[in-house]
Design a protein around this ligand. Structure first.
Ligand code: 13P
Length: 325
C-alpha cells in the first residue's frame, strides 16, 4: 500500500493536476439549473459520469475529488465511481467538510464544520476507495475582515481535519480560500493570504501533521473581482509565488490552486506564468473546479447528443493546464 507521502507526490507529479467535482448537492443543483438541466440525483450522477469517462483524462488529471453522494453512485456500466477511476489510473478523493457556517459572534464570517464523527467517516471513505480528502475554509476581505478569530478558527479546523485524515490513511488537501469577492487590491489579497497561511502552518505544526503527506490548495494572489485595477498575469504569478515562498515550508510536496471564479483561460495563464518564477521547492499545479469543468457543463445542456462535445471541452481545459505546468 502506498504511503501518504507517495500518494501526495503522485497527485502533483508528471505535470498532472487534480479535478474538483465535489460540489455539494445544493451547489451542483444550482449549476445544473444554470444550464437548463433539471437538478435530479440522476442528472448529477450523469454529469459526473460524463467527467470521469472523458477519454485520456488520465494524461492530465491525477485525481478527482468527489462528493459523498457521488462516491456511493454507480456508472452506467455498474462500476462505482472509485472503481471506475481506479480502472483508468486516477485517484479518488472525497470532500469531507460539511460546509462553511456563520462563526459565532461574527455572523458575516464563516467557519467550516465537519469534525464531528470525522474519524469514522474517514474509515468508511477508505473502505469505499478514497485515497485523499478535501476540506475548504473560506475567508473574505473587506470591512475589517477577515478577523483574527475567523483566521484562527478556520486554521484550527483545517489542522484537526488534516490530522484525522492522516491518522485514518487519507492525504488531506488543505484548502484555505481567500475569496475574490470585493474591490480589494492585489496587495490586500497578498497581506491576507500571507496571514492565513502563516496561521495555518502554525496550527498544522501544533497538531503534528506530517507536511510531506498533505497538498496545499490555496487561492492565487489576485485583486478582488470588483477592483478597478486588475494586475497583469506576470504580477499575479510573481506575487503568488513570493507569498508562498514566505509561508509554505519546502517539505510540502505540492501546491494545487483553486480557480476561485477566474475565467478558465486566465487561471491557466496564471498557472503557466508561475512556472517561470524561478526554482521552487514544491510542485505547483491545479486543482480547479469551475476552470476545468465549466465549459463542459455549458456544452452539455443535459443533452445526450452533446455528450462527446462536452467531453472535448473538458479535455481542452485539462490539456491546456497540463501544458501550462
Ligand atoms: P474552483 O476551482 O471552482 O474555485 O473550485 C475548486 C474547489 O475545489 C473549491 O473548493
Amino acid at each position: 500500500m502506498a504511503t501518504l507521502a507517495e500518494v501526495a507526490h503522485a497527485l502533483v507529479s508528471d505535470r498532472r493536476g487534480i479535478l474538483a467535482a465535489d460540489e455539494s448537492i445544493g451547489t451542483m443543483s444550482a449549476r445544473l439549473e444554470g444550464v437548463g438541466v433539471e437538478p435530479t440525483d440522476e442528472n448529477r450522477r450523469a454529469y459526473r459520469e460524463l467527467i470521469v469517462t472523458t477519454p485520456d483524462l488520465v494524461d492530465s488529471v491525477s485525481g478527482i475529488i468527489l462528493a459523498d453522494d457521488t462516491l456511493r453512485q454507480r456508472l452506467s456500466n455498474g462500476r462505482t465511481f472509485p472503481e471506475a477511476l481506479a480502472d483508468i489510473g486516477i485517484l479518488a478523493g472525497i470532500k469531507v467538510d460539511t460546509g462553511a457556517k456563520p462563526l459565532a459572534g461574527a455572523s458575516e464570517e464563516k467557519v467550516t464544520e465537519g469534525l464531528d464523527g470525522l474519524r469514522e467517516r474517514v474509515a468508511e471513505y477508505v473502505r469505499l476507495g478514497a485515497t485523499f480528502a478535501k476540506w475548504r475554509a473560506v475567508l473574505t476581505i473587506g470591512g475589517g475582515r477577515p478577523s483574527e478569530r475567523s483566521v484562527r478558527a478556520n486554521a484550527h479546523a483545517l489542522a484537526r481535519y488534516a490530522g484525522l485524515c492522516q491518522e485514518g490513511g487519507l492525504v488531506p488537501i488543505v484548502e484555505p480560500e481567500v475569496l475574490m469577492d470585493g474591490a480589494h487590491s492585489i496587495a490586500q489579497c497578498q497581506q491576507v493570504t500571507r496571514a492565513v497561511l502563516r496561521s495555518l502552518f502554525d496550527e498544522l505544526a501544533l497538531m503534528k501533521v506530517d507536511l510531506d503527506g498533505i497538498i496545499l490548495k490555496p487561492n492565487m494572489v489576485v485583486a478582488g473581482k470588483d477592483c478597478p485595477e486588475q494586475p497583469a498575469v506576470d504580477e499575479v504569478a510573481q506575487t503568488t509565488v513570493d507569498t508562498l515562498r514566505e509561508t509554505v515550508p519546502p517539505s510540502v510536496p505540492g501546491i494545487a490552486f483553486l480557480s476561485g471564479g477566474q475565467s478558465p483561460e486566465l487561471a491557466t495563464r496564471h498557472l503557466g506564468a508561475m512556472q517561470n518564477c524561478g526554482e521552487l521547492p514544491w510542485e505547483l499545479t491545479y486543482s480547479f473546479g469551475r476552470a476545468l469543468v465549466g465549459p463542459a457543463l455549458e456544452t452539455w445542456w443535459g443533452d445526450e447528443g452533446n455528450w462527446r462535445a462536452a467531453q472535448r471541452a473538458l479535455s481542452v481545459r485539462a490539456v491546456a493546464n497540463a501544458a501550462a505546468r
